[in-house]
Every structure is written in structure tokens, then in C-alpha cells.
Design a protein around this ligand. Structure first.
Ligand SMILES: *Cc1c(COP(=O)(O)O)cnc(C)c1O
Length: 384
């Protein structure tokens, strides 16, 4: 991954610096409005990270001590950590192999009487199958939170992802396509939740810094509850506004490169992740599953690529295997299979034809080591 930044971002930052207002202010407000409009939601609240946005999402949803929150283990660890920040317990649901996302079935299987919320992730940009989850949450009276950290530019039934959840969290870390360096956003259609999140991110002050600086005699602020400093800066927001204008081009370029990978690797015993029936991915992570009849396993393929000067990455982690959340008794078969057999291929706008050729050749060389042996036809159902 490599962020797509250009002179436009530099100029936008220079303008903010020249203005003398570098902390959260008018540019952040402009970015919030532009981002929410692009995502088809009423309110955007910019934050210092997606992790901060997840924390605020749980707070405004009223999740607290004694509550259970269903999350995938198959996700970056921030998803599992967030419930613990409000004193709740993360309960791990398994995922479906096709997308790496939770489903209504895997979530329903782990509901407890204490479940208050579900955090559904658009893993690696793959849109989660939201409608069945929405029905499940409505019937059970649960808050549906979407962790769309990786999902900007992905679609669900023709709309941007995130519009069907009660509240959605986004990341602008450089690993996630649209970047502000660090940064995040909370989006929601609920005005009351957006207002509270806006206050909580700024020490729960009832008058924002921007408002206090608007007049010579600043209004007296009140701190309505315990808040946080989860603010974005105007320097970051200026970058975000330029990046938002690049979003369509960024996604289109990634999807072009994925098509190249697909055409070149489709005959090997690898499973290449693809759009689900209900939406399109931005391919924030283009992962492949190394099937059992591939000549080398996942670690072997990573080593072969490294030997050819190519850095790929192990697939998504499993939080329930980390000391921070370890549960030795827990078995999540699909999560465990995917975390052990997948890897994420290099993918960014700057990959030229030569680089793609080099990566593809290295994978093909590893995949045809046993040339002459017949390669069984792939069947998703047969993978164990
Ligand atoms: C990266 C990521 C996060 C955390 O994002 P930050 O902006 O770095 O806090 C949360 N959830 C998922 C699924 C992620 O991939």
C-alpha cells in the first residue's frame, strides 16, 4: 500500500498553515460536510482515528458495563478493543469464507441476553451483507454499528457502504485508501448521536473551540460529562478534502489492477477475493487464499515473494488468538482457516505494468512448481 498524494494536498496544507488556524476548525467542518454528503448520510463527526470513532459510536449508542458486543475476531484488533473501552465485552462471531465478514447467521449464533450491539466490519473493503444483519438487529433490539475503516468507496446495493447501520466508523490511516495521515470519522443519520459525539470528541464542551473564537467575548463553556480529545486537525481535514476528490479515481485504479491479477492468476489453485452479489469492493485489501493443492503454503508463498524482492502481507489477523483477547476454548473455524491461508497482494495506484508482471511471475513460478501434475478444479465448498 502506498498513499496517493500529490501537489494538490501540499497546496491545501500550505493554505491552512498560512491561515493561522491549524487545529480543528473550519476545514474540519467542511470535510465533515463533504464526507457525509459523499457517503449519503446526514452527519459526519471527524475524529483522530477510526478507533476513536468506534469508541464514540459505542458511547452514543449507550453501550456500557455489563453489555456484550458481537464483533468478528477476523479484523484489525481495534474492532475487538473498542467494546472494552466502555466496559463492555467483545463476543466473537465467525465469518463467511467468501468475504471474510460476519453474517446474520454467525452473529445470531453468539447472541446472549446481554448483547446490546453488533459491530459489522467491511473487511478489507468487502461490503458486509447488511440487510439480513439489519433485520436481525431490529428484531432483537440491537444497535448496528458498521466498522467501515477500510470501506470508503465500496458500495452496498448501489449506495456507499455504511448507510444502513445506525452509526458507522471510518479510518483515514494511510493503509486505508483515503488518507489524512491519521484520522477517522463517525457518520450517522441521528442528529442527537452526532451532537453528543461532537461534544465527546472535544472534552464534552458544550461550546466548540471554533465557536468560542468567533467572538471577542467568548461564551462560557460547560463540560457536560467526561469527554476526550479525539479531534482531527484542519491540516488533516485539508488533505482529506483533496483526497475525497480523488476517491473515484483511487477505487477505479485499484479495481483495474485487481482485474490484471485476476486474469493472470485465475488458473492457479488460489482463491481470489471477488465482489459479493450485494455490492462492490474498493479492494482496500486484495487477498488471496492459498488452497491446499497449491505447491507451497501461505508462509512458503510469502517467502518466495520476498526472495523475488516482493513484500506481501499475511491476511487479516484473528483477535481471539492474541494475548489481549485470548480465549483458548473458542473455536472459529472459518476465521482460523482464513487467517492461516490468506495473504494480501501489493496493490496501489503506482504499480506499473513492470511491477505487476514481476509480482505475477513470482506467484506463477511458485504455483507451477509441480508442473505436469493435474490441478484439481476449484470449488469453494470443498475447501477445508
Ligand atoms: C485499521 C482499522 C481500524 C483502526 O483504524 P485507525 O484509524 O487506525 O484507528 C479499525 N477497524 C478496522 C477493520 C481496521 O482495518
Amino acid at each position: 500500500m502506498k498513499p496517493w498524494l500529490g501537489p494538490e494536498e501540499s497546496a491545501a496544507v500550505a493554505e491552512v498553515i498560512a491561515s493561522g488556524w491549524v487545529a480543528q476548525g473550519p476545514k474540519t467542518a467542511e470535510f465533515e460536510r463533504a464526507f457525509a454528503a459523499r457517503q449519503g448520510v446526514e452527519h459526519g463527526v471527524a475524529t483522530s482515528s477510526c478507533t476513536a470513532a468506534l469508541h464514540l459510536a459505542l458511547l452514543v449508542a449507550g453501550v456500557g458495563p455489563g453489555d456484550d458486543v458481537v464483533v468478528p475476531s477476523f479484523s484489525f484488533i481495534a474492532t475487538a478493543n473498542a467494546p472494552t473501552y466502555v466496559g463492555a465485552r467483545p463476543v466473537f462471531a465467525d465469518v463467511e469464507p467468501e468475504t471474510g465478514n460476519v453474517t446474520a447467521e454467525t452473529v445470531a449464533a453468539v447472541l446472549t441476553p446481554a448483547t446490546r450491539a453488533v459491530i459489522a466490519v467491511d473487511q478489507g473493503g468487502m461490503p458486509v451483507d447488511l440487510d439480513p444483519l439489519r433485520r436481525l438487529c431490529d428484531e432483537a433490539g440491537l444497535v448496528l454499528i458498521e466498522d467501515a475503516a477500510c470501506g470508503v468507496g465500496s458500495t452496498h446495493r448501489g449506495s456507499p457502504v455504511g448507510t444502513g447501520a445506525d452509526v458507522t466508523a471510518w479510518s483515514f490511516h494511510p493503509r486505508k485508501i483515503l488518507t489524512t495521515g491519521e484520522g477517522g470519522m463517525l457518520t450517522t443519520n441521528r442528529a442527537d448521536w452526532a451532537d453528543r459525539a461532537r461534544r465527546l470528541r472535544e472534552h464534552a464542551m458544550d461550546v466548540s473551540a471554533a465557536e468560542r473564537h468567533r467572538t471577542l467575548l467568548a461564551p462560557q463553556e460547560t463540560y457536560t460529562e467526561i469527554g476526550f480529545n479525539y479531534r482531527m486537525t484542519d491540516v488533516q481535514a485539508a488533505i482529506g478534502l483533496v483526497q475525497l476528490g480523488r476517491l473515484d479515481a483511487m477505487v477505479a485504479r485499484r479495481r483495474e489492477l485487481v482485474d490484471v491479477y485476476r486474469a493472470a492468476l485465475g488458473d492457479l489453485p488460489l482463491r481470489l477475493i471477488d465482489d459479493p452479489a450485494w455490492g462492490t469492493s474498493n479492494f482496500q485489501s486484495f487477498w488471496i487464499e492459498v488452497l491446499p493443492h497449491f505447491p507451497v503454503d501461505r508462509e512458503g508463498l510469502l517467502e518466495r515473494l520476498a526472495a523475488a524482492g516482493i513484500s506481501a502481507r499475511r491476511g487479516i489477523m484473528a483477535a481471539h488468538r492474541q494475548p489481549a483477547h485470548a480465549d483458548p476454548a473458542l473455536s472459529l473455524p472459518v476465521t482460523e482457516r482464513l487467517t492461516d491461508t490468506t495473504l494480501i497482494l501489493p496493490l496501489h495506484h503506482g504499480l506499473d505494468a513492470d511491477s505487476m508482471e514481476r509480482i505475477i511471475s513470482a506467484i506463477r513460478a511458485a504455483g507451477t512448481d509441480t508442473l505436469g501434475q493435474s490441478t484439481p478444479a476449484y470449488s469453494a465448498g470443498a475447501v477445508s
